[in-house]
Design a protein around this ligand. Sequence first.
Ligand code: FAD
Length: 574
Amino acid sequence: RASNAFRDHPSLSKLLVICTISGGGLVAYSDVKPFGSVYADAAQPTIKKKKVVVLGTGWAGTSFLKNLKDPSFDVQVVSPSNYFAFTPLLPSVTCGTVEARSVVEPIRNIVKKKNFNVQFKEAECFKIDTTNRKVHCRSIQNTNIGGKEEFTVDYDYLIIAMGARANTFNTPGVVEHAHFLKEVEDAQRIRRSIIDCFERASLPSVSDEERKKILHFVVVGGGPTGVEFAAELHDFLHEDLIYLYPDLEKYISITLLEAGDHILNMFDKRITAFAEEKFQRDGIKVKTGSMVVKVSDKSITLKERSSGETKVLPFGMVVWSTGIGTRPVIMDFMKQIGQGNRRVMATDEWLRVDGVTNVYALGDCATINQRRVIEDIADIFGKADKNKTGKLNVEDFNEVINDIIERYPQVEIHLKSKKLKNFVQLLQSDLGDAAKQTTHLDIEKFKAALSEVDSKMKSLPPTAQVAAQQGEYLAQCFNRMKECDENPEGPIRFRDSGRHRFKPFRYKHLGQFAPLGGEQTAAQLPGDWVSIGHSTQWLWYSVYASKLVSWRTRCLVIGDWGRRFIFGRDSSRI
Ligand code: FAD
């Protein structure tokens, strides 16, 4: 079009010559090509960008977006939340230690920093169609024409990072009467509900017996989130609310229910013991071995494992924090791709969903397929047995184990959780006869027995750390994809022993915190290093301040901590 315009209008061509001379080079009128990309772009077929669709703006999705640097992708993000939430601070939001807006970052703030176009749609995906490579979505808000808008988004690569939902184990009444602590809105609801209980208990018509029930707070689940919430709640009640509602102090109580034998059972025993003793001193009742069987609007029914006795506890507010389950949309998708018999969607170690191409899943919504890992481990053993004797001596065996641990850190997590010195001991305790030979190990028996360890070998924990590392890993694979496509053999530095052009995902465990209230925190750091107390609380403050996603949220959160130290927590019911 540009060249035609110059031919039709000689005055334009003169302008072209002047412009070109002033630009440093003479270009003939008949050859306008070097003048502008307008001509060149029109003449050449436009290169179609590959469409990448990201579902979810949580830890995994946001980490992928932040680390994606290659502008040759056309990126569409679909999520019902137009923000990223820093979930480790949600328990602090429930009591107003930090404000909800301080822990979220608008997703558009994150994508605007990219040097390429990223589109965001506030909607939820309700169906994935892998045959036609389409994602079916529904808007969150009603449109002008009424109802929610449904639309589809095409993809070449699909990144599923939709997280998980709270798990109720189908316990009756939980959805209707308990609070979850999963989303920012949940934390805000809990904050209002705590104040509601206090205002309700202050009304003149309420009897003392009734006050006790209203001010009984129950937390179900003794994992890190339940424990942290119970500790936050205790601090809120005893550092702030008892001064505002002095007459109600004698009616307040907190109960923490746990089905297992101990709270924080995924942590080192020293941390568990410290937490249980601290809670006892603080007056938080910890009831272990208690299975909740029903929740109604005013009471919770539990069954004690040891005695089989059933007890009913009246409550004012109950928070349910017993782990995570698969979202219905993911369940449907799993059925569609032949994974209907699994509880969690399986991927390989490159985060590719088993059974479909160009679909990746990361974070809480998926897990790396253990059976595949088991087969791989058996394969590694097979290769180590160079003489094909069917046996390995213990030294070779330990060397092989080190290789496996490097490749599959989840094996090491299992070892650590068992407190065993080496894998041979693990095998002796877990695998029985197959591993009883300490000088030589029978590989065939070992392979057969590996399937038994399958259920015991823990998959990666559903944490922000895993999700963020997976997002970063996958973004780096995408950043290198073009280079790999151009060199089918794969640039050597990215290639992994011929099986795949990228190295598999490897998780680096950086440690875990368990805040216990009263400005004390427990930390289990790599190398089984345990630290508990006030100094660890300062470590917690510094780590979380540094991990916040932007300077804006960092300033807001630090400001909130300062405000709380000076003025205490706000108890307004807004
Ligand atoms: P999420 O972060 O949950 O993100 C899922 C995303 O998918 C969200 O944006 C959601 O809106 C979106 N989505 C949902 N449905 C759809 C749909 N249908 N279509 C499209 N998008 C959808 N981990 C730690 O490592 N350390 C901690 O201290 C810690 N503390 C925690 C405290 C609390 C209270 C909670 C709830 C979790 C905590 N975790 C912690 C765990 C951590 O938050 C999760 O492991 C992490 O959020 C998982 O990341 P994800 O991206 O898989 O999922």
